[in-house]
Design a protein around this ligand. Structure first.
Ligand code: SF4
Ligand code: SF4
Length: 397
């Protein structure tokens, strides 16, 4: 992006930030590097990384760290058959033209922008930033070339918060808005041949209830924003959940929007969902603050309510490994953890990672798992010192 609706230059901001990070003596950056394996727990994570050297060879190494922040971002999708038609571009390409080839923008007579376009067989969701981005580019075209007819085909215009002013500004400058529905989506056609070939868009205007044919020199599409490539694989390695749209899913949308259920792993920016730049910055600052609350401590105190496995009762059935929502239990081979009948392994639950939800304790068929402070013995107590005794209820009284 070269400019945002407010007029600021995000590239300059990005360049400044990259330079500050590179120059910082306490920050090490690894580029051309991928995560191979990740393990450990809050305060003591490890990550095996593979870095590609410039000579084409790879080097693998381990980094130990106290917290992990996921900020893998998103991108504008580009998979659509319409994009094979000459003159059909994405909003990102339009922005390149506005900045590098203003003479082409000045020569345009008809521009038809189409909102809410997504690759086939991908989930349908609002990418949040596209409407404001379209207003921004429509306004730029009108300022460069007031005689150009700019039409926006939309399902819903969602210019969040005070960004409504850019919609008002676009209308004031003469941008035409036509609403369509999923029942009758726009159709892009090439008419004529050779020199006379013309692009046109057919659209059924909902307010007029009739089909319109709009000539177009250029058709910029607002393509959906998708999570970064490799997100699914990364989520699997980190044992983190994804939303139905494929972005990372936070622990709680309102109360913990930068946390995961796994302690010590945080989320920032578009890896979470499409966001405006200032929202990504706020999200990143919040994630950094959450990380600092852990890193500022010399010692971490973990919760006392955790599940414990009695290795002498474990039959190695793997039930706990499947039912734990946080994928914490593991059946391991270790001295003193042989399992029933000398199986050669028993389940182990890392107390630093266990969330104490109790699911595995209820599901273990061998009754080998107890939740500390909520053991079967404690839960079945008939008499509680000082509080009296549970009595069975007889009849309806
Ligand atoms: S569910 Fe129980 S018996 Fe089965 S592996 Fe886990 S601890 Fe062992
Ligand atoms: S108590 Fe809950 S979080 Fe802990 S290991 Fe069992 S299922 Fe997983």
């Amino acid at each position: 992006m070269y400019y945002v609706a407010e007029g600021d230059d995000p590239r300059r901001l990005g360049r400044d930030l990259v330079n500050r990070v590179r120059a910082h003596q306490h920050i090490v950056t690894y580029t051309r590097t991928e995560l191979i394996q990740h393990g450990g727990h809050v305060g003591r994570f490890w990550a095996d990384l593979r870095s590609m050297r410039h000579d084409g060879t790879a080097v693998t190494f381990r980094v130990e760290h106290g917290v992990t922040i996921i900020a893998t971002g998103g991108y504008e999708t580009r998979q659509h058959t319409w994009l094979d038609i000459p003159g059909v571009i994405t909003q990102e390409t339009l922005e390149e033209l506005v900045v590098h080839h203003p003479e082409q923008i000045a020569a345009l007579k008809d521009v038809v922008m189409v909102q809410c376009v997504r690759p086939q067989n991908t989930p349908d969701y609002c990418s949040r930033v596209c409407c404001t981005n379209t207003m921004k580019n429509a306004i730029r075209i009108k300022l460069f070339n007031p005689h150009c007819r700019v039409t926006v085909l939309y399902k819903n215009i969602v210019t969040y918060g005070f960004r409504e002013q850019y919609y008002t500004e676009a209308r004031r400058l003469g941008v035409i808005f036509i609403r369509y529905s999923d029942d009758s989506p726009p159709e892009i056609e090439l008419s004529g041949s050779g020199e006379q070939r013309r692009l046109q868009v057919r659209i059924r205007d909902l307010s007029l209830n009739r089909w319109l044919t709009l000539p177009a020199d250029l058709i910029p599409l607002s393509m959906s924003i998708a999570p970064a490539q490799g997100t699914r694989e990364l989520a699997r390695k980190l044992r983190l959940p994804l939303s139905s749209e494929g972005f990372f899913a936070e622990a709680q949308i309102k109360l913990r929007p930068m946390d995961f259920m796994r302690e010590g792993i945080f989320l920032a920016g578009m890896a979470h969902y499409p966001k405006f730049i200032e929202e990504s910055i706020s999200h990143a600052l919040a994630a950094a603050a959450r990380a600092l609350t852990l890193l500022a401590h010399g010692t971490l105190h973990l919760g006392g309510i955790v599940a414990e496995v009695d290795p002498d009762k474990c039959v190695g059935c793997l039930t706990c490994t499947r039912v734990c929502p946080f994928a914490i239990p593991q059946v391991i081979q270790q001295e003193g953890r042989n399992g029933v009948g000398g199986l050669g392994g028993a389940a182990f639950i890392d107390p630093a990672q266990c969330q104490g939800c109790g699911t595995c304790t209820g599901e273990c068929p061998a009754n080998a798992i107890q939740l500390v402070n909520y053991t079967d013995e404690q839960m079945m107590l008939r008499e509680i010192g000082g509080l009296g005794e549970w009595l069975p209820v007889i009849g309806n009284s």
